[in-house]
Design a binder for this molecule. Structure first.
Ligand code: ATP
Ligand code: MG
Length: 407
């Protein structure tokens, strides 16, 4: 249990005026991601997170703070009296609490309040000696210690900390524009979403499914993925889940089986583009990765991209599958992604999808699909919109009942 948390963030690209904007966004996002249970303050030239109502910071709160993008590392801190005995006792009980008995350390004091009678050099030496006496397994290393034990004696208060917990770094969400992720139930697209969110992008998600086949479980799986993503996201996360069966049937009816996958993907792009533009997104994101499956040859990617005029971001393009899997385990989506419920019905998937296709040929096929545009509009109208915040569904509605998108 700690009194507050000292935030460290990467200062690359955050000089001058930008630095203020960056810090303010970061502070705002931390407060939002912690449901207003904390205050964020800029003191002593850094960001400090203090729980409201004299509460303490527990491990669960630390885990939530760690998920805020823009933070490089955090140091949970404990308040001390400006009194030698109290400083010593709190440091020793912290080390005991954390079961730290061996390793190297260095004590480092900053004495801003010169009324405190012991000079930094002496405090370092004396506290160091107390630690050596209480923990015979520990050694001093002033150059590269395992534990850097910081004591800060400020005018307003004094505190100690020694942990430095690594976080995800990146940029605060909202610092990098907005995009819409095409979120399937697979392993890749949730990772793609996470990576772009980490670059500071606001986001919403668009998914296609084929009711009534397996639909309840598929929707549940998609929503579970969004819930995980939303724990990294300070704002309301909107997820548009689009019934795609009628479009798939119409595509199937023109009997060009080997191209049906590409035609479906083109339709997904058109629908996603409409929602993305309405909601102020500047780009689409996919989990595409060169060469994994037939739909991901360069030729087919060209045919799919041709269906939208929006920029498509493909953050996983050059990743090894194993790296994507490891990332999804790290961020917490893997266990959901491997649930067996498919996003789109296998009945609409070609047995042998074409590995090469050309936009002009696809356009010709599309002319033959009956009512394609109307079916795509209907699909949007009938989509289910989930509004998710901090891992919980706040609201759910059918698109045409409100015609509301996130902005
Ligand atoms: P993933 O693991 O993300 O499902 P994948 O390796 O299965 O990807 P594809 O099936 O070719 O590859 O899908 C490529 C990308 O197209 C996905 O990462 C996703 O962005 C988008 N996509 C595919 N199917 C859907 C769907 N049903 N709903 C939304 N987006 C989809
Ligand atoms: Mg997939």
């Amino acid at each position: 249990m700690y009194d507050f948390v000292v935030i460290k963030y990467s200062e690359i690209g955050t000089k001058g005026k930008n630095r203020n904007v960056f810090e303010n966004k970061l502070m705002n996002n931390i407060v939002l991601q912690l449901n207003h249970e904390v205050n964020a303050k800029k003191i002593y030239g850094r960001i400090i997170i203090i729980p409201k109502d004299n509460k303490k910071i527990n491990d669960e709160m630390l885990n939530r703070i760690k998920k805020v993008f823009g933070i490089k590392s955090i140091s949970p801190a404990v308040k001390v009296e400006k009194d030698y005995e109290d400083i010593k006792n709190k440091i020793i009980s912290l080390l005991k609490e954390k079961n730290i008995e061996s390793g190297t350390f260095k004590v480092d004091t900053r004495r801003v309040d010169k009324m405190f009678p012991i000079r930094s050099f002496d405090l370092n030496k004396d506290i160091g000696a107390e630690i050596l006496e209480k923990f015979p397994g520990m050694k001093v290393d002033v150059h590269n210690p395992d534990y850097l034990i910081r004591i800060e004696i400020r005018h307003e208060m004094a505190f100690v900390y020694f942990e430095n917990l690594e976080c995800h770094a990146g940029y605060p969400v909202g610092a990098g524009g907005k995009a819409s992720i095409l979120l399937s139930g697979g392993i890749d697209s949730p990772v793609a979403a996470w990576m772009m969110m980490k670059r500071g992008m606001k986001m919403n998600a668009i998914s296609f499914y084929s009711p009534p086949n397996n639909s309840e479980k598929t929707v549940m799986k998609l929503v579970e993925l969004s819930k995980v993503l939303s724990t990294y996201y300070p704002f309301k996360f909107y997820h548009y889940i689009i019934p795609f069966t009628e479009v798939q049937k119409a595509i199937k009816n023109i009997n060009v089986e080997s191209y049906s996958l590409i035609l479906q993907r083109r339709s997904m792009m058109r629908i996603a583009t409409i929602i993305a533009k309405k909601s102020g997104s500047q780009a689409l994101i996919t989990g595409e990765n060169i060469g994994q499956v037939a739909s991901q040859t360069l030729e087919n990617m060209i045919s799919i991209s041709d269906a939208t005029d929006m920029l498509i971001l493909r953050p996983l393009l050059a990743f090894e599958k194993l790296d994507i899997v490891n990332k999804s385990k790290e961020i917490g989506t893997y266990d959901i992604s491997i649930w067996p419920y498919n996003d789109s019905c296998v009945a609409f998937l070609p047995k042998k999808p074409a590995t090469k296709s050309f936009p002009d040929k696809m356009k010709k096929y599309e002319e033959r699909i009956e009512n394609l545009e109307i079916l795509e509009e209907e699909a949007i109208k009938n989509s289910i919109v989930y509004v998710i915040k901090n891992g919980e569904v706040e609201e759910k509605y059918i698109f045409h009942e409100r015609e509301v998108v996130d902005k």
